[in-house]
Design a binder for this molecule. Structure first.
Ligand code: ADP
Ligand code: MG
Length: 367
């Protein structure tokens, strides 16, 4: 059957603070069709400004709004590039899904805060914008995260094979697609964010390309054990986390100062791998196929170590299932925005812990 196209833009900028992933997708069929993709990295100043907003500071409310406006202009630039690339016009786009930049994720206090001025983005682009995806789930008692499992459930399930999707962004999260039960998922723990910050501090590079610096060091067993003792890892789902917990303070209070920097990096990489493998071992024990997405899927040392820790599973990129591993989340939020405009819920209460399905997001209409 032929459907008229339903075009959505998805904009994701995650906890890594690396930049904006932007996609243009046609969501009229049963599987998304990727029409254009674009990546816009953040410069160092913006990254530092965003990092600063994660902590209490003087006049932070004002700064958050000013930086939110700056983000909205960058989001608009990314949309412009997508439209030019695909020779589309703004009036062909049903909506932009704008996740925004999380600066505080505190479901335990009843909120998750993303900045990025969706109203300004709607004004700059002339396109309807859906933003603030997490707070209705939190209002219903949920974690507001992870939200992508519903999309994985829709497009990546197999009727007989037990698949697990692992997104390695700043934080790592998984989706358990067991043929025998409803989809579940949760945040495993730190993905790249501690590795990135440590690497930036000690080498000046924003991330450890392919994990080669980590590979030059040795895992420090005592440090690793201290990190693995973090109570978050043993909590039962639903659970979600962010820089609010996993930050430099969390790391530094475990360091003696005598460690070699590359050994700390090796230990952080091992922590990411072990917490993902343990999450799978404990909660998805019969998993047969693991599919990776997010920037961490480019880290060869990390992927190989993860495959070693999961000897009974096939470990591949989600590209093997037809979804570009770098744009999974941007595509997922585009789909969530489509659900919103169609008046359909998009959270999975068994994942987030919400009391009921929720229609996610706030809509800034544009004619
Ligand atoms: N070639 C690579 N080698 C190692 N790490 C990489 C590579 N490419 C990307 N990354 C990691 O992926 C991160 C970005 O991942 P991303 O999925 O965008 O996370 P987020 O959703 O948190 O923004 C980078 O900060 C970096 O840590
Ligand atoms: Mg990113």
């Amino acid at each position: 059957m032929h459907h008229p196209p339903e075009l959505y833009v998805g904009l994701m900028s995650g906890t890594s603070l690396d930049g904006i992933d932007a996609v243009l997708v046609d969501l009229s069929g049963s599987k998304p069709v990727l029409l254009a993709k674009y990546y816009l990295p953040f410069d160092g100043t913006l990254k530092n400004d965003l990092l600063a907003l994660h902590l209490p500071a003087s006049n932070e409310l004002h700064h958050a709004q000013i930086i939110g406006n700056k983000l909205a202009r960058l989001y608009a630039d990314a949309v412009d590039s997508l439209l030019n690339q695909s020779k589309s016009s703004n009036n062909h786009i049903n909506a932009i899904a704008c996740h925004g930049q999380t600066i505080r994720h505190c479901p335990e206090h009843g909120y998750s805060l993303q900045i990025g001025n969706a109203a300004l983005l709607a004004e700059l682009t002339g396109i309807t914008v859906v933003g603030d995806f997490r707070n209705s789930d939190i209002a219903a008692g949920g974690q507001g995260a992870p939200l992508v499992p519903a999309f994985h459930d829709k497009v990546l399930r197999h009727p007989r094979i037990h698949r697990v999707i692992v997104n390695i962004g700043g934080i790592s999260n998984l989706t358990d697609l067991s043929p025998h039960q409803a989809t579940t998922g949760f945040d495993c723990g730190p993905g790249n964010l501690l590795m990135d910050t440590w690497c930036a501090r000690r080498t000046g590079e924003p991330y450890d390309d392919n994990g080669s610096w980590a590979a030059s060091g040795m895992v420090l067993p005592a440090l690793l054990k201290q990190m693995l003792d973090e109570p978050y890892f043993a909590l039962p789902p639903p659970k979600s986390t962010g820089r609010d917990l996993f930050n430099m303070t969390w790391l530094e209070e475990k360091l003696t100062g005598a460690e070699k920097p590359e050994d700390v990096q090796a230990t952080l990489l091992e922590l990411t791998c072990q917490t993902i493998a343990q999450s799978i071992g404990v909660h998805c024990a019969a998993a047969q196929e693991i599919y990776l997405c997010g920037g961490g899927a480019h880290n060869k040392v990390l992927c190989n170590r993860l495959a070693d820790l999961l000897p009974y599973c096939i470990v591949e990129s989600t590209g093997a299932l037809g979804i570009d591993s770098d744009y999974m989340e941007a595509i997922a939020f585009a789909w969530i925005a489509q659900q919103t405009l169609h008046g359909k819920p998009a959270n999975l209460p068994q994942v987030t812990g919400a009391a009921h399905p929720c229609i996610l997001g706030v809509i800034h209409r544009n004619a």
